[in-house]
Design a protein. Structure first.
Length: 196
């Protein structure tokens, strides 16, 4: 179930217009001031940040959130807090953005493919929540956008992320070097998520 909030452009520049998406256990929604501690935790946790460049200093994260304002963290379309549907507590974040053409790792010449990224608090791993959030977001996107490639780009050493990508039906198509490590590019078609 999703709620479009504004007209969207059908084409390769668009991401999903929904601002709230619900699934059995989760609500994907905009950020709120109460999410501040959750954002700080996922940005500063060494285990969560292991394959994402390492933990950020708490003071840097706090300054970023205070300067920007927590509710603005999800301003960019396709950016969501993953919240527990019962408690509304932040369990992670999910992004469905366009992969910038100037980054390596593409399946079409001009780049700009849809790209999924996800981060859960450490305590939320191992319960199928990232799979549930990703499926709900991609199903919402599939219902409003034309069929097109969707990418997951993840460090090859990030076995949890690669396992999630495989469970979602993404298949590895190439590897490349970036950030001093091998990255795996995995892809599937958006309309593989259309509700049956
Ligand atoms: C990548 C990440 C989101 C994966 O989280 P995850 O919880 O392992 O992924 P899933 O939601 O698919 O859950 C699968 C696990 O839940 C278990 N599970 C329990 N209940 C389940 C259910 N109802 N449905 C599905 N799986 C369930 C599965 O058996 C599996 O367990 P296992 O890891 O012990 O094999 C998480 O490890 C993370 O946040 N990592 C740090 C951020 C990161 O590196 N992101 C990648 C950037 S692209």
């Amino acid at each position: 179930m999703h709620t479009p909030n504004s007209p969207h452009t059908v084409g390769t520049s668009a991401t999903l217009s929904a601002t709230e998406i619900t699934s059995a256990r989760l609500r994907l929604r905009a950020a709120r001031d109460v999410d501040r501690d959750g954002f700080i935790e996922i940005q500063t946790d060494p285990q969560v940040r292991l394959h994402l460049g390492g933990p950020r200093p708490r003071s840097v994260v706090e300054q970023y959130l205070d300067t920007l304002g927590v509710p603005r963290v999800t301003d960019k379309p396709g950016t969501f807090v993953i919240a527990d549907r019962a408690t509304d507590h932040l369990v992670g974040t999910l992004l469905l953005h366009r992969r910038p053409a100037d980054l390596p790792g593409h399946v079409i010449d001009q780049g700009g493919e849809l790209e999924l990224t996800y981060v859960l608090r450490r305590e939320a791993w191992g319960a199928g929540l990232a799979f549930e959030a990703a499926t709900a977001a991609l199903r919402a996107a599939a219902s409003e956008l034309p069929d097109q490639p969707v990418l997951i780009v993840t460090k090859t050493a990030n076995t949890r992320s690669l396992a999630l990508a495989a469970r979602l039906g993404f298949r590895p198509v190439s590897t490349f070097e970036a950030y001093e490590a091998e990255q795996t590019l995995a892809m599937t078609g958006l309309h593989s998520f259309l509700a049956g």
